[in-house]
Write a protein that binds this ligand. Structure first.
Ligand code: HEC
Ligand code: HEC
Length: 253
């Protein structure tokens, strides 16, 4: 069990709704959403206290290190999409589907904006550990596309719709891979994830999940400069080899 909420945090929760009541100026919308999202995160929203996100996802949105994922610092659009998909049944889950259905669309967006704005983990011991080869290069003979081509070389995401997968607990990541293999989770655009993991062996999945759990959600200054030199090296390579690292997305993804 984590430490109890600090008094400051409780204070924020209590005054939160008052602060945002008539705050709809352009540019302030996200802040207003985030504040009402915080109330849902701490109080559960329409579903009541049993749905309070923090009880499972932690006070800082850090997850439980086992089967409950971290939310802090993930992309707001990704988080909102997951809430929609839990509610619609594209990503069925015994716990989350019920919770997402208890919220309306605005509340799902608000809580997504709130968690996206929380600071993500940046410190890690293993930032520079080498990624598993299958992550970096995939395996053409088995039709496995490099995970890095969509999720970035350290799992920190690659822009719109290519989510951060770094920093998640091992068991959570393995469970997601299983659900895509079995077709239980079906919310990936054009089936990209189902295809990516279909021929992955259990050992490969474990190696990836283990390595990802040690990667920071956002680049540390050190790994940012490391990846800057990686991109510099990539830029020096012939265009053809870059093509294989970053597939063309002119199909609208
Ligand atoms: C009773 C525990 C519990 C509560 C309360 C809870 N969650 Fe979850 N949440 C989970 C578990 C377990 C998962 C993993 C489910 C899966 O494998 O799809 C999860 C997954 C998620 C994900 C998917 C993250 C990703 O990386 O794809 C999001 C988003 C999420 N929860 C948001 C919320 C929000 C917002 C609330 C509050 C309104 C909330 N959760 C309340 C247990 C909980
Ligand atoms: C063609 C692009 C693409 C490739 C290649 C790809 N992914 Fe994904 N991955 C995605 C997208 C898009 C999502 C988000 C789907 C959604 O909206 O839920 C995702 C989601 C995930 C998630 C779930 C994150 C969460 O928080 O629940 C994991 C884990 C993951 N991918 C691992 C992998 C691994 C491991 C590989 C390589 C074997 C891989 N991906 C290859 C595009 C890709």
């Amino acid at each position: 069990m984590r430490a109890l909420p600090s008094l400051t945090l409780l204070g924020l929760i209590l005054v939160g709704p008052g602060l945002v009541a008539c705050d709809a100026k352009p540019g302030e919308t996200d802040r207003a959403f985030s504040a009402s999202g915080q109330v849902i995160a701490m109080g559960g929203g329409a579903g009541g206290a049993a749905n309070a996100c923090f009880t499972c996802h932690g006070l800082q949105g850090q997850g439980d290190g086992v089967s409950t994922p971290l939310l802090a610092g993930l992309d707001a659009g990704y988080l909102q999409k997951q809430m929609e998909d839990y509610a619609s049944g594209l990503r069925p889950d015994d716990v989350m589907s019920r919770i997402a259905k208890d919220l309306d669309g605005d509340s799902r967006r608000a809580v997504a904006v709130f968690y996206a704005g929380l600071p993500s983990s940046t410190s890690t011991i293993a930032t520079h550990s080498a990624s598993p080869p299958i992550w970096r290069t995939g395996d053409v003979s088995r039709g496995i596309t490099a995970c890095a081509s969509c999720h970035g070389s350290n799992g920190q995401g690659a822009g719109e719709g290519q989510p951060i997968v770094a920093g998640q607990p091992v068991a959570y990541t393995l469970e997601q891979i299983d659900r895509w293999k079995s077709g239980k989770r079906r919310n990936d655009p054009r089936g990209v994830m189902a295809a990516a993991v279909q021929r992955l062996t259990d050992a490969e999945a474990r190696a990836i999940a283990q390595w990802l759990s040690d990667q920071p959600v956002s680049p540390t200054p050190a790994s940012a400069s490391a990846s800057a030199s990686v991109s510099a090296a990539a830029a020096a390579r012939p265009a053809a080899s870059r093509e294989t690292r970053r597939p063309d997305r002119s199909d609208g993804a």
